[in-house]
Design a protein around this ligand. Structure first.
Ligand SMILES: Nc1ncnc2c1ncn2[C@@H]1O[C@H](COP(=O)(O)OP(=O)(O)OP(=O)(O)O)[C@@H](O)[C@H]1O
Ligand SMILES: [Mg+2]
Length: 652
């Protein structure tokens, strides 16, 4: 934002942050077909402002300035062609006006702009996800005036903000101090040409009822009457919405539409939610919960300081936004409301941290959300299968964190996980552990997985060769959080989860006696070779042994049973943490020509051993200590095989 001019009487003209300008243009063009949502956005903000005032006033009653009757007023003026939305909520100071209406402070802003394509439909969708908010006023108005004063300030601290988009120099707005006896905010929209249909009491009432019926504060308008053949506006107020807390109404009286609209307000989302759960809990602690699973991950899902979460109310009084104690971190995508009957009104974040009531509420909410997800995952209803897949696509990675975070519900969460496996061999995560166990081979008693730092590295891991040959399904893990999952989830349904890259390969009953005998024999035959390679590699390996997990590759690395997996060690290192450096075990394939050749190699034995080790490391996604040495060795060995370096004549 840059200051461009200071006019008379302290009026300043300021430029919008570049992103705001872009957003305004986009808003007007992409959302025009849905223009009436501007009213929902402005009423939603007014309602938030009233909630904030009520909350601050819990600690400082003077903020009410003798008027605790919070409401939102909507009015129109046909002659002036204006619409006005006013509230007696918290209001804004001059600095707040500039910060809130002149810039976008949201996290994910940069990402949002980078994803814009210029395609209206796509962009309209993104913008909805990003949040349209206050700027949606400009869909229907070319000039917007905001008059506001923060609660508790003197009348002289009023602020007038105005932006005229009709004017060619758009991209600027003005702010000036003004007298404003009443606290709160009044927003006047000077309608664009062609928007006159909005100047109708009927039309406005219909829009308010459609989108904002659930707003807790009364939304009042002046009553209208037929008089002398014309509709006239009277002096009498009437409340247009139901103005009661939606969550406190009986379920049977709430329509799906109302649930959805309420979500858009409380979840700051533009799209419909995927699912919700609404219930009243009675007993040791008494509360009502209305919790939603969004249809899409918000831009700030990965931002630990994300602003929106579950709102806490105490006996219908708003207490705080994003009460993080109400939901475990791995369910941070959940939006909605919890209304407690037991907590004191003056509850603070500090008190929440220690409250037994909150603990009970949090446990109850967690159960409800997990049950909601289970229902979604299990449902046979046609549309529902896709719903869970959609949920998993958006939030699966977050839910996975729960395996480590929530030991009480670990089994439940494990049942909700979805994996990519060697069965479909693609990156889509669709297989549940239940599915996996259901189709285990006869004699199989373990759940096998491979973890690598990319899907391709996992899918092409040499460790999978014998599993592929025998048709045994293996989970393909390639996300960072997966190491965390398998670190905490050691079994599912009594079946151990086992890494195919750790410990000795024990296929148990999946191998027959003949195979086992053959292996023992080979281990004996290759004893001398494995010892020689071990001596040559020295400290780089813990052990060298013959394996039967390979069918195509000459060698692979495995971690010892109780050592950290190489993938996890690499992840920790990349994150700047110390990882205990345990040397891996080198396993060689006794049927591979390179290995067979090595038995008779004398001269270049060390080079061959080193290459064997290095390529096994590369194949599992590791990094070479000395890549140049590897390249040199490979070249030398290639030339050797081709008949020796001596035959190449270098030009002078
Ligand atoms: N009526 C109002 N009273 C007080 N502050 C307001 C009012 N309207 C807007 N604001 C301030 O301006 C900010 C920006 O509003 P805006 O609607 O654009 O975003 P938001 O409400 O924070 O999120 P969303 O994009 O979900 O609407 C608000 O966060 C609030 O601080
Ligand atoms: Mg808003």
């Amino acid at each position: 934002m840059s200051q461009t001019a200071t006019g008379p009487a302290g009026r300043e003209t300021l430029g919008f942050q570049a992103e705001v300008k872009q957003l305004l243009q986009l808003m007007i063009h992409s959302l025009y077909s849905n223009r009436e949502i501007f009213l929902r956005e402005l009423i939603s903000n007014a309602s938030d402002a009233c909630d904030k005032l009520r909350f601050e006033a819990l600690h400082n009653g003077a903020l009410f300035e003798g008027d605790a009757d919070l409401k939102i007023r909507v009015a129109y003026d046909k002659a002036a062609r204006t619409l006005t939305i006013a509230d007696n909520g918290i209001g804004m100071s001059r600095d707040e006006v500039v910060a809130n209406l002149g810039t976008i402070a949201k996290s994910g802003t940069r990402e949002f702009f980078s994803r814009l394509t210029g395609d209206q439909q796509n962009d309209a969708h993104l913008i909805g996800q990003f949040g349209v908010g206050f700027y949606s006023s400009f869909i229907v108005a070319d000039r917007v005036t905001v008059l506001t004063r923060r609660a508790g300030e003197t009348a002289g601290q009023g602020v007038r903000w105005e932006c005229d988009m009709g004017d060619e120099s758009s991209g600027v707005y003005s702010v000036e101090m003004t007298d404003r006896p009443g606290r709160g905010t009044e927003i006047t929209l000077h309608l664009r040409d062609g928007q006159d249909d909005l100047l109708s009491g009927h039309r406005i009432r219909a829009i308010v009822r459609k989108y904002s019926d659930h707003i807790v504060q009364p939304i009042v308008m002046k009553k209208e009457q037929w008089q002398d053949g014309a509709e006239t506006i009277t002096e009498e107020d009437e409340t247009v919405n139901q103005a009661s807390a939606l969550w406190a109404r009986p379920k049977g009286e709430i329509s799906e539409e109302q649930y959805r609209e309420f979500y858009k307000h409380v979840g700051h989302d533009f799209d419909d939610p995927l699912a919700w759960t609404h219930s009243r809990v009675e007993g040791r602690s008494e509360y009502t919960q209305l919790l939603y699973v969004p249809g899409r991950a918000p831009f700030d899902l990965w931002d630990r300081d994300a602003r929106h979460g579950v709102k806490l109310y105490v006996r219908r009084v708003f207490i705080m936004d994003d009460a993080e104690q109400l939901m475990p971190l791995y369910l941070r995508f959940v939006r909605g409301v919890v209304d407690s009957a037991d907590l004191p009104l003056n509850v603070s974040r500090e008190i929440l941290q220690e409250s037994k009531d909150i603990e009970a509420i949090r446990a109850g909410c967690t159960k409800k959300v997990l049950a909601l997800l289970e229902d979604m995952a299990r449902s046979d209803e046609p549309g529902d299968k896709d719903k869970y897949a959609k949920f998993w696509g958006e939030f699966g990675r977050v839910l996975k964190e729960g395996v480590g975070e929530d030991s009480v519900n670990r089994d439940k969460i494990a049942g909700l996980l979805r994996f990519a496996t060697t069965r479909a061999d693609n990156a889509e995560e669709t297989v549940s552990l239940q599915d996996y166990v259901g189709r285990m081979k006869e004699g199989q008693d373990k759940i096998y997985y491979v973890a690598a730092d990319s899907f391709n590295a996992a899918k092409n891991s040499p460790h999978l060769e014998v599993f592929r040959k025998k048709g045994i399904e293996v989970l393909l893990l390639s996300e960072r959080v997966d190491e965390w999952v398998v670190g905490h989830l050691t079994e599912f349904g009594g079946k151990a989860l086992v890494s195919v890259a750790k410990g000795g390969l024990d296929l148990g009953k999946l191998e027959d006696e003949a195979e086992k005998q053959e292996q023992e024999q080979e281990a004996g035959e290759f004893k001398e070779l494995t010892e020689r390679i071990g001596a040559s590699l020295g400290e780089r390996v813990k052990e060298v042994r013959v394996t039967h997990r390979l069918t195509e590759s000459p060698a692979c690395l495995v971690a010892d049973e109780h050592d950290m997996s190489a993938n996890l060690a690499r992840m920790l290192k990349a994150a700047g943490q110390k990882a205990p450096a345990a040397a891996p075990i080198l396993e060689i394939n006794p049927r591979h020509p390179v290995v067979l050749r090595l038995r008779y190699e004398e001269k270049k034995f060390d080079d061959w051993s080193a290459v064997l080790f290095d390529q096994a490391l590369l194949a599992e996604g590791g990094q070479l200590d000395d890549p140049a040495a590897f390249v040199r060795r490979i070249n030398e060995l290639m030339l050797d095989l081709g008949g020796g370096a001596s035959r190449i004549i270098l030009p002078h």
